[in-house]
Design a binder for this molecule. Structure first.
Ligand code: FE2
Length: 156
C-alpha cells in the first residue's frame, strides 16, 4: 500500500467508502474498515425511503418487499462469515453476498448498503437466528436516505 492509501485507511476521519475502496484496490482484508459502512445505518429509520431509491429498487428488483426478501436470503445463505449487500453494477441495483471481508468492489460493483453476517454481529441478541437479525436490520435499522445518497453517487 502506498503512503496515501495507508493514510486514508488509517485515518478515522476519512470517508468510509474511500477507505473501503483503497482497501479493495490494495487487495487487503477489508473487514476492519468495511465495518464503518453500517455505522451510517444505526441511527434511525425503518421504512421511509426516498422516491428515487424506491423507483430504482422497483425497476431493478421488482418491489421493496422482494428486495428485502432477497437481501435476507443472501445474508442467510452466506455460508460462514461474510456480508450481504445492495450494490450498483452496470447502473442497476443488485443484491449480493460476499465471504469474509470481501466486498462488492472486487466484483466491479459499488456497495450502497451492507449488513455484516459474521456471527459476532448477531449472536448475543439472536443466537443462531441469523434470518431474524437480517429482518430486524432491513425493516428497522436502515437509513434509506443515506442509501439513496450512495445510489446517487454510485450512479454518476
Ligand atoms: Fe463484524
Amino acid at each position: 500500500m502506498d503512503e496515501v492509501g495507508a493514510r486514508i485507511v488509517t485515518d478515522p476521519a476519512a470517508p468510509c467508502c474511500k477507505r473501503q475502496r483503497v482497501q479493495a484496490l490494495e487487495g487487503h482484508a477489508v473487514q476492519p474498515h468495511v465495518h464503518c459502512a453500517p455505522l451510517h445505518v444505526q441511527t434511525v429509520f425503518g421504512d421511509r425511503m426516498p422516491g428515487s431509491l424506491e423507483k430504482q429498487i422497483v425497476a431493478d428488483l421488482g418491489s421493496v418487499a422482494k428486495m428485502k426478501e432477497d437481501f435476507i436470503r443472501a445474508g442467510a445463505t452466506q455460508f460462514g462469515s461474510g456480508w450481504c449487500w445492495l450494490a450498483v453494477r452496470y447502473g442497476r441495483i443488485e443484491v449480493m453476498k460476499t465471504a469474509n471481508g470481501e466486498n462488492p468492489l472486487v466484483h466491479g460493483a459499488t456497495p450502497i448498503l451492507g449488513c455484516d453476517v459474521w456471527e459476532h454481529s448477531y449472536y448475543i441478541d439472536y443466537r443462531n437466528r441469523r434470518p431474524d437479525y437480517l429482518k430486524a436490520f432491513v425493516d428497522n435499522l436502515v437509513n434509506w436516505e443515506y442509501v439513496a445518497e450512495m445510489l446517487a453517487a454510485a450512479s454518476k
